[in-house]
Ligand binder design. Structure first.
Ligand SMILES: *Cc1c(COP(=O)(O)O)cnc(C)c1O
Length: 423
């Protein structure tokens, strides 16, 4: 039996209907933007393995930092103890984030980063004796798969089975062109009720919805409105963080500053699961009290794992290097040139580019579902050509490692053009 066959005996895969799924491709090696399967077939990882890997697979600089940490101090509990890597990551990250972010809390993945932000928003008001128990989010948002994160997510595909058991989250339209006023008015109506503790959003780009983009000025208006009504703004930068949008964080395009930020995915360069939620001083002080009951009773066994912190520190050093900044600009320039080349194609409905993110909507009859037949046809077409892309419905997006070569990018673009004719 090969690896792919042995896998089927025990492993339960994410987002997978095992009865109809094809066997999982067994990957044995990765380098830069490339992956190889057990038969030696080469793939370009055009989505950076679910947006986690900006600096390339098997990156030596991060690997060396991890090895050094593993052989110095692999782990120690973070309750009652601290360590150099956790302090260094905090000091480094605070230099990069908007300057109103003053405190940070470690966890393990994007969903837990969101859980923590939502719990902090709710408990802040509880601690003050004020009844604010609901959250505002965008339509078609994605914030993760644990319960509060799922409640905030608006893609019904992921959450339908749990409808009755979720935190109360009310949705407003995304302020995409021609929906700006609807979005603003819906938010204003909700805020007047004084029932809401927070507004969570994916700043500028909704990843899982298919890289749906909207303008910084519109988000600024919504955030300013929240501030006026004392509702905390939560920027979920799990996808957008660490260079994807062309700046370190999507929030760097804004005038307003969020009260909380959620980070994960590229935080450790795609090596070790880790997440961070960051806060303003005001939020921290809402828990700072002689009364122990006002503390944030939240933690995970591997909170601030030193090895994860070492990986995060090395990753941030790479992000700040001139080479990586040039790579981000180079990929962006290539995307813009390809957008020019493809946007008038008869099968293209729209295209979008921000930073290293390129998205293309294919013209269809409008009935394409998230994991539908057309999407599967596209997915298999790209896999056959040695390119890993995961279209959502009729949207194909490219979000490659920053280190991808021009030739590899060109192969992705050409294959996309072929797909428009052949699928
Ligand atoms: C992926 C993602 C999450 C969830 O992160 P996990 O690590 O998969 O739990 C949350 N928010 C956004 C915006 C994401 O893209």
């Amino acid at each position: 039996m090969n690896l792919s066959e042995r896998d089927l005996q025990y492993n339960w895969h994410p987002y997978t209907q095992h009865k109809t799924a094809q066997p999982h491709i067994a990957i044995t090696k990765g380098e830069g933007a490339l992956l190889w399967d057990e038969n030696g077939k080469e793939y370009i990882d055009a989505i950076a393995s679910w947006w986690v890997n900006p600096y390339g697979h098997s990156n030596r600089f991060i690997a060396d930092a991890i090895y050094k940490q593993l052989t110095t101090l692999e782990h120690v509990l973070f309750g009652g103890f601290t360590h150099e890597p956790a302090v260094q990551v905090a000091e480094k990250l605070m230099q990069l984030l908007p300057n109103n972010q003053q405190k940070l809390f470690y966890s393990d993945n994007g969903s837990t980063a969101v859980e923590i932000a939502i719990k902090v928003a709710l408990q802040y008001f509880y601690n003050k004796g004020e009844r604010r128990t609901k959250i505002i989010a965008f339509e078609n948002a994605f914030h993760g798969d644990t319960f509060a994160a799922m409640a905030a997510s608006g893609i019904s595909f992921f959450t339908e089975a749990f409808k009755g058991s979720l935190l109360e989250v009310i949705r407003i339209p995304v302020p995409t062109p021609s929906h700006e006023a609807d979005s603003y008015e819906a938010l204003e109506r909700l805020l007047k009720t004084n029932e809401f503790a927070g507004f969570i959003f994916e700043p500028l780009v909704q990843g899982a919805a298919g890289m749906v983009m909207y303008a910084p000025a519109e988000l600024d208006k919504l955030m300013a409105l929240c501030k006026k009504h004392r509702v905390f703004t939560i920027a979920d930068e799990v996808m957008t963080g660490f260079g994807k949008t062309g700046k370190n964080f999507a929030c760097d395009y804004l005038t307003e500053k969020p009260d909380m930020m959620c980070l994960s995915k590229a935080l450790t360069g795609g090596t070790i699961p880790m997440a961070i939620t960051t806060f303003t001083q005001e939020l921290f002080e809402g828990f700072y009290d002689d009364d122990v009951n006002k503390a944030l009773f939240h933690g995970h066994t591997f909170t601030a794992n030193p090895t994860g912190c070492a990986a995060a520190l090395a990753s941030m050093q790479l992000l700040e290097s001139d080479v990586m900044k040039q790579n981000i600009q180079r990929v962006n320039k290539q995307h813009l040139a390809f957008q020019q080349r493809i946007q008038n194609h008869p099968r293209v409905a729209t295209t979008r580019v921000l930073g290293v993110i390129f998205a293309l909507e294919i013209k269809t009859d409008g009935t394409e579902s998230y994991y539908g037949a057309f999407r599967n046809k596209l997915y298999n077409f790209f896999i056959g050509k040695g390119i890993i892309l995961r279209p959502v419905g009729n949207i194909v997006y490219v979000l490659p490692p920053y280190v991808i070569s021009d030739a590899q990018l060109e192969k992705i673009y050409q294959t996309l053009e072929e797909a428009l004719t052949e699928c």
